[in-house]
Design a protein around this ligand. Structure first.
Ligand SMILES: [Ca+2]
Ligand SMILES: [Ca+2]
Length: 261
């Protein structure tokens, strides 16, 4: 598959390709660049935080390295995507540039997944051990999340007397294995799960949850979690926002999936 690219007069630019990798399923490789490669910092090239989004979901974040003014990476395709699907890959300048320019510019390109079968990472997360706590937020026992959305998924969150219960796990944005994260034990094909679901906040329907689960081994002190809950029809109404950070208590565990009937 060839690279597709989009260039524009204002930074940033983006190029991306979609490939099938045996271990991880469909993968999107991208390279974000800006103009004036080779220009000394401070001479007009500028730098800022760049988010990479696939179909509107932030999948990576970085900034440009001098002198190439580029950064590149590789992320799994959304798990529901199949061969032949087209995905939009965007680079977004989040903050103001350090040369004083206002941020907010973006560039996007479209990649098409190779038209073939490509087995994704599969697996599930559970909450084991003591009750999971992160930044004063408690995740009740019984946490179970599957990459493939099949079988039962359960995620219930309590904080400051408030409660959110996920009723539907909509999207697995990412199920992946980072070589830098030692997830064992138990054996599992993944260490990170990023998902989006809908559910009930204070017994009211109409809320969305975005969550990240990272298993970094036992006893769980290195595990990480992020949780964001907001009103689906009014995303500015955020009722809970815990950025990704280490657990205060409890233990997340990644597993191989159970056999599906
Ligand atoms: Ca790993
Ligand atoms: Ca763990």
């Amino acid at each position: 598959m060839g690279w597709s690219a989009n260039a524009q007069a204002h930074h940033p630019n983006i190029a991306a390709e979609a490939v099938c990798e045996t271990e991880s399923g469909f993968v999107i490789n991208y390279i974000a660049t800006t103009w004036l490669p080779g220009v000394e910092p401070g001479n007009g090239a500028g730098n800022t935080r760049i988010d990479i989004l696939i179909d509107g979901v932030v999948v990576d974040s970085g900034s440009f390295d001098y002198p190439e003014y580029a950064f590149s990476g590789s992320v799994p395709a959304p798990s529901g995507a199949i061969g032949g699907d087209s995905l939009t890959v965007m680079a977004l300048a989040v903050d103001s540039w350090d040369n004083g320019s206002t941020g907010g510019q973006s560039a996007a390109t479209t990649v098409t997944l190779p038209d073939e079968e490509c087995a994704p990472v599969n697996g599930r997360f559970t909450g084991g051990g003591h009750q999971i706590r992160v930044d004063g937020v408690r995740v009740t026992r019984g946490l179970t999340i599957h990459c493939d959305l099949l079988l039962s998924n359960n995620l219930e969150i309590n904080w400051q007397g408030k409660k959110f219960h996920m009723t539907e796990h909509l999207i697995t944005a990412q199920c992946s294995d980072d070589p830098a994260i030692v997830q064992f034990p138990p054996d599992a094909p993944l260490d990170t799960l990023v998902g989006v679901g809908t559910g009930r906040y204070e017994n009211q329907d109409g809320y969305t949850i975005e969550f990240t689960l990272v298993d970094a081994g036992e006893p769980g002190t290195m595990d990480e979690m992020a949780i964001k809950v907001y009103e689906t029809a009014n995303p500015a109404n955020v009722v809970l926002d815990v950025p990704q950070q280490r657990l205060d208590g409890g233990n997340l565990q990644a597993h191989y999936d159970q056999p599906h009937k």
